[in-house]
Design a protein around this ligand. Sequence first.
Ligand code: ZN
Length: 155
Amino acid sequence: MRSQRQVVDYSLQKRAVLREVHSGRVGTHEVCDASPYLKNAARFHGEPTETLCPVCRRENLTHVHYIYGDELKQSAGQARTRAELSVLAMTLREFQVYVVEVCRGCDWNHLVEQFLLGRDGLSADDSVGAAEPVAGAAVAVSTGTSVRRRREARR
Ligand SMILES: [Zn+2]
């Protein structure tokens, strides 16, 4: 999505957990603990992937997108499909998305990434009105810097 920004990737943490599991230091029951809510979200709002589950290697992973933010009001904390995220990204200024991978076979689950979506992230070409105050602020900052530099030079 075009307005996606401030992406935080959790693949390092995930690899660390999987290393512990594969070495036997952590039992699969400790990491394969998807709640009934998460499993329902995967079933009704999840996006199928082509990636095989790293724990049971029998089922493909499902990605669930959870949304958070003040503008969402009662929808905050709910799961949404990618199509629904696209619509929200065009109507709301900013909201947080958490992507969780779930195996519907063995209940493995882990945070994949988080990022921001919303109109605030669109460039000037996409949304001229929304980008104007940002451009104005940048001009003010650079003017202030040049004034200060001139004063320092005079000293
Ligand atoms: Zn699995």
